[in-house]
Design a protein around this ligand. Structure first.
Ligand code: ZN
Length: 63
């Protein structure tokens, strides 16, 4: 584990290792996006869920 962590630090992999931003999920995941802006362990599951939640929230603020 320590060796893997050191290797990850050395080749920059570490910065791509993230925790899912979904509060109910918090899965550790590897950010495959080139821009390193990934926020969810799965765009299909957590990404969509949070996108919809945000959209609903914004709609509530407008009305
Ligand atoms: Zn997630």
């Amino acid at each position: 584990m320590i060796a893997a962590t050191a290797a990850a630090l050395a080749d920059g992999t570490w910065s791509r290792l993230k925790a899912c931003r979904d509060d109910t999920c918090r899965w550790a995941f590897y950010d495959h996006s080139r821009s390193r802006t990934g926020q969810w362990c799965s765009m299909e599951i957590c990404g969509n869920r949070n996108k919809q939640a945000r959209w609903r929230q914004r709609k509530d603020e407008v009305t």
